[in-house]
Write a protein that binds this ligand. Structure first.
Ligand code: FES
Length: 290
């Protein structure tokens, strides 16, 4: 069992949990992920690393309430426990000094690009952070990015906060203005990563994306996380999660991610129908509106 130091909402439906995991934290690097189980009967859930407090041995994960398990996670109190947390898993993000590096975080992807931005900064890069959310109430981690970035751009799809538009719009504006960017790291919803990769291809800017396929073991054994990259099959858990965005088969990724949608919906319904469920119906309807 691992102790949860705190677990609180950062914005609507987005929560931050800090877990005492000193041995894991000592080894982990930006771009890697962990797999947690909330309880011994629970499913294994891959979570990107959203912060590493090496001094206190604390791992930060940021999660969006999108289904039964993430909903269950919101019920773990500060001082409570989760069953286990395996990691660090996957390969760390490639870090070098490109001169100027740009991290692009969309939605929940705002969290994992933060430690990557820290690593880029530590390598001597000038860091541009572009973070975007659908609307103001879903924005978070602005202060964290402000603290590390030399240049921060905040936007919302509906214009309720920051610039009005998508992260890709901001990136395009910077590139069109002649901003020299040595590399882009984009993390967020698949459509966003696809758009960013398609955009930067035209400007010949190397672009990495962090993929989030379904995972089971996280160690290369089950094949559940397979993705297509440059015409080859790769396992995101051991070959990634970062891949060259210009070579990813985003169509395959999209179709595989939706393969179990009806089962996810049924599981959430059973969870909500449980008389002991302490979850707000509003949280559930965020993901499953009907
Ligand atoms: S999660 Fe099983 S092979 Fe990657």
């Amino acid at each position: 069992m691992l102790r949860v130091v705190d677990n609180q909402p950062l914005s609507d439906f987005i929560w931050k949990m800090r877990i005492e995991a000193p041995r894991l934290v000592a080894k982990a690097r930006a771009g890697q992920f962990v797999i947690i189980r909330v309880n011994e009967a629970g499913e294994r859930v891959p979570m990107s690393i959203a912060g590493l407090d090496r001094e206190n041995g604390l791992l930060t994960i940021v999660y969006q309430v999108v289904g039964k398990t993430s909903a269950l996670m919101t019920t773990v109190p500060a001082g409570g426990e989760i069953a286990d947390c395996v990691g660090p898993l996957g390969l760390a993000s490639h870090v070098e000094n490109w001169g100027t590096a740009c991290v692009v975080g969309g939605g929940i992807g705002i969290a994992p690009v933060y430690p990557i931005a820290q690593a880029y900064k530590a390598a001597g890069n000038r860091v541009i952070s572009i973070i975007g959310a659908r609307t103001k109430s879903l924005m978070f981690y602005e202060q964290e990015h402000r603290a590390v970035a030399d240049e921060l751009h905040v936007c919302t799809d509906d214009g309720t906060y920051g610039e009005h538009g998508f992260v890709s719009d901001v990136l395009k504006r910077l590139l069109d203005a002649g901003q020299k960017i040595g590399m882009v790291m984009a993390i967020g919803p698949v459509p966003m990563m696809r758009v960013v990769a398609n955009l930067t291809r035209g400007y010949d800017v190397p672009t990495w994306v962090s993929l989030n396929p379904l995972m089971v073991d996280g160690t290369g054994m089950c094949g559940g996380c397979r993705v297509g990259v440059a015409g080859e099959t790769k396992f995101a858990c051991v070959d990634g999660p970062d891949f060259d965005g210009h070579k990813v088969d985003f169509n395959l990724l999209t179709s595989r991610l939706s393969a179990y949608r009806s089962q996810e919906r049924a599981s959430m319904k059973r969870f909500l129908d449980d008389p002991h469920c302490r979850l707000s119906k509003a949280v559930a309807t965020f993901r499953y509106p009907d």
